[in-house]
Design a protein around this ligand. Structure first.
Ligand code: UDP
Length: 244
């Protein structure tokens, strides 16, 4: 069976949420860094336009389909992805899985204070969760050196990199070999949600595949980015597919 599907030049893994979680647990057992990206339609559209970014995405050990747009696209390509495997949901499942302290985490990204708040909230729910370090995601070259040194010193098994796309994917690509973490996930605004700074769309919206609409209503400035959604659908419609 083909294990990946080509969506506009990005090789998205054909995994379910359970399957993706299983892969992450296997990665944690291996002595090597593993980049995990969770692109939605907007990010795939960017990758379609930008070859360098596309190449960065394709170096990942796991690429999951975040967003209903990517799942629909796979149906158009007649090689269905069975469900969306969103970054926030996958990270939540992973946190639950390692909440006994079996593996350590580091939170990198978001505005100052957000990663700390996410740690605080999650540790209230999971008292044995081992979050060994945090850094905000706004840095110059000097601060970046300090962040890298801090991550190396704390030596986490799992690193959440939440800088938004494409910054987080490019950052993981550039630094994954030097940090020591085994799983490095680029998961956008997830720390904001864990911290309770932004809210997830209600489940009814998620179930109907309308999370994008909820986010747009809450943050109308996203309209520019969201214009990529229809463009994404049309581009997929008029492109062939490759599988491997
Ligand atoms: N961010 C950051 N550093 C930056 C730019 C953004 O840490 O230089 C953070 C920002 O605070 C937010 C996240 O990256 O927490 C991006 O969120 P967004 O909702 O745009 O990401 P998405 O999930 O849509 O990719």
């Amino acid at each position: 069976m083909n294990t990946k599907i080509d969506v506009l030049g990005v090789w998205v893994d054909k995994v379910t949420m359970d399957g993706a979680l299983e892969r992450l647990m296997e990665f944690l057992e291996e002595d090597a860094p593993h980049a995990v990206y969770t692109p939605n339609s907007e990010i795939l559209m960017r990758a379609y336009r930008d070859e360098k970014f596309r190449d960065v995405l394709n170096t990942a050990e796991l690429i999951t389909p975040d967003g209903i747009g990517v799942v629909y696209a796979s149906k158009i390509l007649k090689d269905s992805l069975s469900e969306r495997v969103g970054g926030f949901d996958l990270a939540s499942r992973l946190i639950e899985k390692v909440s006994d302290g079996s593996y350590s985490l580091y939170f990198f990204g978001g505005k100052p204070g957000v990663a700390d708040l996410a740690k605080e909230k999650l540790c209230e729910t999971y008292p044995d969760l081992r979050v060994v370090g945090t850094s905000d995601g706004y840095f110059d070259a000097e601060k970046e050196k300090r962040i890298i040194a801090d991550i190396k010193e704390k030596n986490p098994d799992i690193l959440f990199v939440c800088l938004g796309a494409p910054k987080q994917e490019e950052w993981i690509f550039s630094h994954k070999k030097e940090l020591g973490a085994k799983v490095l996930m680029g998961i956008g605004g997830s720390l904001d949600v864990f911290a309770g700074v932004t809210e997830r769309a209600p489940e009814s919206f998620q179930k109907m595949g309308l999370e994008w609409l909820y986010r747009l209503a809450k943050q109308p400035s996203r309209i520019g980015r969201m214009m990529d959604l229809p463009k994404f659908g049309l581009t997929v419609l008029f492109k062939g597919k490759r599988v491997k």
